[in-house]
Design a protein around this ligand. Sequence first.
Ligand code: AMP
Ligand code: MG
Length: 418
Amino acid sequence: MLSIDDAVARLASSIHAIEETETVSIAEAFQRVLAHDMYAPVSLPPFTSSAMDGYAIKSSESGGAGSTFRVIGSSFAGKPFDNPANSVRTAVRIFTGAEVPAWADTVVLQEDVDREEETITLKDAPASGDNIRHIGHDVQKEALLLAQGTKLGAFDVSWLAACGVASVDVIRRIRVALFSTGDELQDPGKRLSPGQIYDSNRTALKELLRSKPVEVNDLGRLRDDPVVIEEAISRASNIVDLIVTSGGVSVGDADYVRPIVDKLGELTFWNVALKPGKPLAVGKVERALFLGLPGNPVSTIVTYLLFVARAIDALGGMAPANPLTVPAELTKPLRHSKGRREYQRGVLSRDGNRLCVRPTGDQSSNRLATMAVANCLILVPETEDSIEKGEVVDVLLLPNEAHHVVNNPIETLLREAS
Ligand code: AMP
Ligand code: MG
C-alpha cells in the first residue's frame, strides 16, 4: 500500500499549476493567489509622522528638563502645520499620524510637558528621534511586498490597500466539479425512507472549499448507477480542472467510481496507508485531475485536508507548505495498530505551559459527532502501536476551528458517555 508521503508526492508530480491570470480589484482579491511578485509603489509612511500625541521640537535646542518652548501652531493627521520656517525654541502641537515639521526631530509626549498658555516646559530631556515614524519605516518604496504564489488573506489585502494598490493580477479560479454518490443518500430537509441517510459530504466539501480560490460546480448527489456516474465524470472532465467525488471508491459491488475513472482516463493510484481514508482514488480524466474520496464522512474530511486541499494549492501555483503540527501530551491512551498512519480526532487544550490532547473516543470513520467537537487531528505514525497516556504526540490543528471546548454541549455529552 502506498504511504501517505509517497501518495502526496505522486499527486504533486501529476499537477501542472494553472498559469492563466486575471486582474481583480483588491475588494475581490481575498483568498486569491498572486500571479506576480508585488513591489511597494510608495514608502510607508510616506512622510515623517508622529507616533504619539505631543509636541514636535528640535531636540538640540533643549537644555534638558525645565527647558521651555513656544507653541506656534498645530499639526493634525491629514492637516499638516503649514509654516515650514522655524525660529528658535518653538514647538508644534502634534497628534498621532500627523506630519512632523521638517525642522523637528523629536516628539515630546503631552504628558511629559507642563503647558501654560502658549508655552510648554519639558519635564525630561528629550532624545532625538523619539516618537517619530520615519519615511519608509514600515516599507520602503519598491521593496518586495508579497511574493508570487501568496494566497491573499485579510492581512495581505489590507497591506496592499495600505500601499495604495487598487488591483492585482491573480491566478484564475480553479474550476472544481463536485458530486457525491450513493443510493442511500437523501437531502437534508427531506424525509428518510428505509435505509437512507442524509448526504453530509457534499456540504462538508463545499464549506471546506470556501477558503480556496475555486469556482465550484456542484453536480449534486448521484445514484450508484455506472451510466449516470460515467456521464457526469465524462462531462465534467472537459470543463473543470479538478473533479472531487465522495463514495463509491471502495471494493463493494456498487462502487463504480474507480473503474469508470480507469476506463475514461487513468488511475494514478488507489489505496493509501491512511486511516481513515484508505480507499482514496487519484487519477486524471481528460484535462481534469480526479480525486475520489471515500464516503465515510470523516474519511472524506481527512482526505480533503490531506490531498484535495494540497492539490488545489498546487493547481493555484502556491508554494507547497507542510501544515503546522504541534507536540502535545496525551491525557488519555490512544488505541492504534501498526501499518497505516492514523489521524485521530482530538481535543487540544492548554494546561499551564503544557499542551494537552485527548482523542475524542471511538474513532469510527462514520462518526461526524466526534469531528464536530475536534479541534485537531492526532497523528499516529504507521510504525506505532497504541500510545500511552503521558506520551507526546504530534497534533495537526484543524483550519479555522477554534472551539470553545468548555461550553460545547456535544463535547459535554461525549465526555459523559465515555
Ligand atoms: P462508500 O465509500 O460509498 O462505500 O460509503 C461508505 C460509507 O459512507 C457508507 O456507510 C455510506 O452510506 C457513507 N456515505 C457515503 N456517502 C456519504 C455522504 N455523501 N454523506 C454521508 N455519508 C455517506
Ligand atoms: Mg457508496
